[in-house]
Design a protein around this ligand. Structure first.
Ligand SMILES: Nc1ncnc2c1ncn2[C@@H]1O[C@H](COP(=O)(O)OP(=O)(O)OP(=O)(O)O)[C@@H](O)[C@H]1O
Length: 245
């Protein structure tokens, strides 16, 4: 059934064509097409249950029960809403988990430094705050030196202030690393704040896409920011005026 192809591509960071994924005979993803350029930051919005996480898992190579073509770089990494740290391993060992070869502690330390968590290198996961655990999870993604970073609601469980800091961190990391990012989020503002391009998934396909041509760092008080936000909310079937009330 599957014509799953995971191999490096030079022209696109992601190339997906004719992708279909069904559960119990129901196509959640239905002949979907998607391209992401190398170094591009793409945000993926869509109603709950529309298939965003399913698509991300397929791109991560975690779900191969598919039809269609999926081309992604070999070097890819994924971070989920739950940081998924092993409680019996110290932070730095969690960062190196599953890495090929025998990378040393210094490799983990370098990544932890990049996310501002090197002071917790030897900590146990249960002693980390939610924001710290999420940064450890990001460090674990970064040590893989990904050409494609897949983020599934990574800030969803954070309080508002920690979330803003985490968003800034991801923007910084993306600019420094130059990797392509695909961010699944429920937050329209977050999408407009971070992405070069925002996609709206509906009916098993990318139903709408919008380029965000605003200078960085983005100013949420810019009227064009509000316009884009309203347009995307409308696409999601939410009335912006009612939502703001
Ligand atoms: N392993 C599975 N078995 C059966 N159905 C599944 C499985 N995984 C996902 N689904 C179904 O596929 C649909 C899409 O799920 P998915 O998690 O991709 O949605 P989502 O857009 O990420 O939702 P949310 O925004 O709520 O996280 C849902 O109806 C879900 O119940």
């Amino acid at each position: 059934m599957a014509t799953d192809v995971h191999r490096p591509v030079s022209t696109q960071a992601v190339h997906v064509e004719g992708l279909t994924r069904s559960f119990d005979g129901r196509a959640v993803i239905d002949d979907l097409r998607l391209d992401v350029r190398p170094g591009e930051f793409v945000a993926l919005l869509g109603r709950s249950g529309c298939g965003k996480s399913t698509l991300l898992r397929i791109l991560a190579g975690l779900d191969r029960e598919i039809e269609g073509t999926v081309l992604v770089p070999r070097r890819k990494a994924v971070a989920f809403q739950a940081p998924r740290l092993m409680p019996w391993k110290r932070v730095w060992r969690n960062v190196l988990l599953g890495l090929p070869g025998r990378p040393g502690r210094d490799v983990a330390e370098q990544a932890l430094k990049e996310v501002g968590l090197d002071h917790r290198t030897d900590a146990w996961p249960k002693t980390l705050s939610g924001g710290e655990a999420q940064r450890a999870s990001l460090a674990r993604a970064l040590v893989r030196e990904p050409d494609l970073l897949l983020l599934d609601e990574p800030f969803g469980a954070l309080d508002a202030l920690t979330r803003i800091k985490a968003q800034r961190l991801v923007a910084e990391l993306w600019q420094r690393r130059g990797c392509a990012v695909l961010l699944v989020t429920h937050d329209v503002e977050e999408a407009v704040l971070l992405a070069d391009r925002v996609l709206v998934m509906d009916g098993g396909v990318i139903a709408h896409e919008r380029r965000v041509d605003l200078d960085r760092p983005r100013d949420i008080t810019d009227p064009r920011f509000a316009e884009l936000r309203a347009e995307l909310l409308h696409r999601l079937g939410v009335d912006a005026a009612a939502e703001a009330a």
